[in-house]
Design a protein around this ligand. Structure first.
Ligand code: NAD
Length: 322
């Protein structure tokens, strides 16, 4: 990477699936990616997706899409992993764990064996926090180079909900979802502001009478979004694809951007040895540092509970045995 002709290479393992192919589509517009490699056991479908995507490349900045095997990931600057089974209606993300952990235990060592030292792996497959931990555990990669997409999408959903609620441009809404990408995720109301005005003061300004009711309605909307979309159309793909493409672009662009990716925690909010989302600075080296909020007591307890839920899944899995 670096020169204009040497744009980044991104491999997408699971690239023939709904999330993988939509992510490829979103990445084609970035201008930062010169080659996208779709890696999937559904090889005919991957070849079809690559052909279809290439036929739009005339309208984007120059980029080639091709298929490849696990060893083709070794040339990539970023390897996105969307491979695995997707969430069925009424199935929680944690229910998917057993199915997907087995796939990862076989696949990740093959994918990462010959990776360049400066490559970053971005895990998307659910349950993303646990599978990010599995990816780090079964590979030889340092933790800062294994990132989960975590609550990047949930944070976007939270900001979008507030933006629509108050008719304020999304870039003026500052709000974060932290913790597990799943049912125990935590919306950080204490740090939420619109244009720098704290949410409670902003609600007084807009004559919102019942802030608790508003918070609980938005929490339900954000937390249940994936269930509702899956119920209606079978899977989620566009929102997550935009979120994953954005995270990939921040890495390739060496942006030092702050995103709520899932990363290995090391004492933040009293949490250790678990992959979980907090705001983290992301650049070409992966995660540079992890930030801590000044959480209120309820939020701190909620994020610790969220960590305990992810940790329990990791322990149930017995990583050494997968
Ligand atoms: P999908 O079934 O459409 O695609 C999964 C793809 O993985 C398939 O093409 C399949 O052939 C491939 N695959 C399976 N095993 C493989 C292997 N060993 N090697 C290579 N490829 C393999 O599913 P989807 O809708 O694209 O969802 C993919 C994953 O992303 C699911 O786990 C889903 O829950 C998750 N997801 C995560 C988020 C998030 O925010 N983290 C959001 C939406 C979906």
């Amino acid at each position: 990477m670096g020169t204009e002709t040497e744009k980044g290479t991104v491999a997408i393992v699971g690239g023939a699936g709904a999330v993988g192919s939509s992510t490829a589509f979103a990445l084609m517009d970035s201008g930062l990616v010169g080659e996208i490699i779709l890696v999937d056991i559904a090889d005919e479908r991957a070849a079809g997706e690559a052909m279809d995507l290439n036929h739009g490349a005339f309208f984007t900045s120059p980029v080639r899409v091709r298929t490849g095997g696990y060893e083709d990931c070794w040339d990539a600057d970023v390897v996105i992993v969307t491979a695995g089974a997707s969430q069925a209606p009424d199935e929680t993300r944690l229910d998917l764990l057993e199915r997907n952990a087995g796939i990862f235990a076989e696949m990740i060592p093959e994918v990462t064996r010959g990776l360049d030292d400066d490559a970053v792996v971005l895990v998307v497959t659910n349950p993303v926090d646990v599978l990010s931990y599995v990816t780090w555990s079964v590979s030889d990669l340092p933790a800062d180079r294994v990132i989960g997409s975590g609550t990047v999408l949930d944070t976007s959903r939270f900001r979008t909900a507030l933006s629509h609620e108050f008719d304020v441009g999304p870039s003026n809404v500052h709000a974060y979802v932290i913790g597990e990408h799943g049912d125990s995720e935590v919306l950080v109301w204490s740090a939420t502001n619109l244009g720098g005005v704290p949410i409670d003061a902003y609600c007084r300004h807009r004559d919102v009478e019942d802030l608790d009711a508003l918070q609980s309605r938005i929490e339900d909307e954000v937390r249940d979004a994936a269930y509702e979309i899956i119920e209606r159309k079978g899977q989620t793909n566009y929102g997550v694809a935009r979120a994953v493409a954005a995270a990939t672009e921040r890495v390739l662009g060496d942006d030092d951007a702050i995103l709520t990716v899932s990363t290995l925690l090391d004492g933040q909010h009293g949490i250790d040895d678990v992959y979980l989302s907090l705001p983290a600075t992301v650049n070409r080296g992966g995660v540079r540092d992890v930030l801590e909020f000044d959480l209120d007591a309820e939020e701190r307890a909620a994020v610790q509970e969220s960590a305990a839920i992810v940790r329990e899944s990791i322990e149930q899995l017995d990583i050494d045995a997968v």
